[in-house]
Every structure is written in C-alpha cells, then in structure tokens.
Unconditional design. Structure first.
Length: 102
C-alpha cells in the first residue's frame, strides 16, 4: 500500500496538532509507504522551512537522538505498547518528531 497524497498532505500540513499527525503515521506499514513519507518530508522542508525547528542536519540529528531516548514516555502517555523492534511507522514517527523536538 502506497500512502495516498491526501494522507501525506495531512501529515505535512502546517497544523500544530502533532498528536493527529502522529496518528496519521499509523498507515505507514511498508517500505514504499516510508519512502513516500520521506519524499513528502523533504518536500515539506524545502517549502515550509519556517515550520521546522531543526533545519540544520546537526540539529535534526540531535533532536532525533533526543526523541528516541525519550520516546518511551511518548508511547506510555498514549497508552500504547513501547516498541521493542522498530517498524517503518516508528521510523516515520522518529523523523516527524525530529522536525520540531527540542
């Protein structure tokens, strides 16, 4: 299943409701979905830089690391199981969080 453009548009639209955006990532289950998401994320960076906290690669990677270190709290607060093995969806959540995580 390749993500539909409407799903990608919602994921990347400039809305501060990141909880809803993360819920949209639940549709990412295959490598093709993840590739479509990464393409959309790159497009979003190029066209909406002002909505990203971590534009520089070093800042983005630092935020990615910090979110992964803290992600157990995210899943606990959602009442969902803490992932043991990463999936395409988890990778997408990590990248999405790194856009804005401080």
């Amino acid at each position: 299943m390749v993500l539909e453009l409407s799903v990608l548009a919602f994921i990347l639209e400039p809305v501060n409701d990141y909880e809803k955006k993360f819920e949209s990532l639940e549709n990412i289950s295959e490598r093709e979905d993840f590739c479509s998401f990464v393409e959309a994320l790159r497009h979003d960076l190029l066209n909406n830089r002002d909505q990203w906290e971590n534009i520089a690669l070093s800042d983005f990677l630092e935020a990615m690391q910090a979110w992964v270190e803290d992600m157990d709290g995210y899943y606990t607060s959602k009442g969902t199981e803490i992932p043991v093995q990463p999936s395409w969806r988890i990778f997408s959540e990590i990248l999405m969080a790194a856009r804005i995580y401080e």
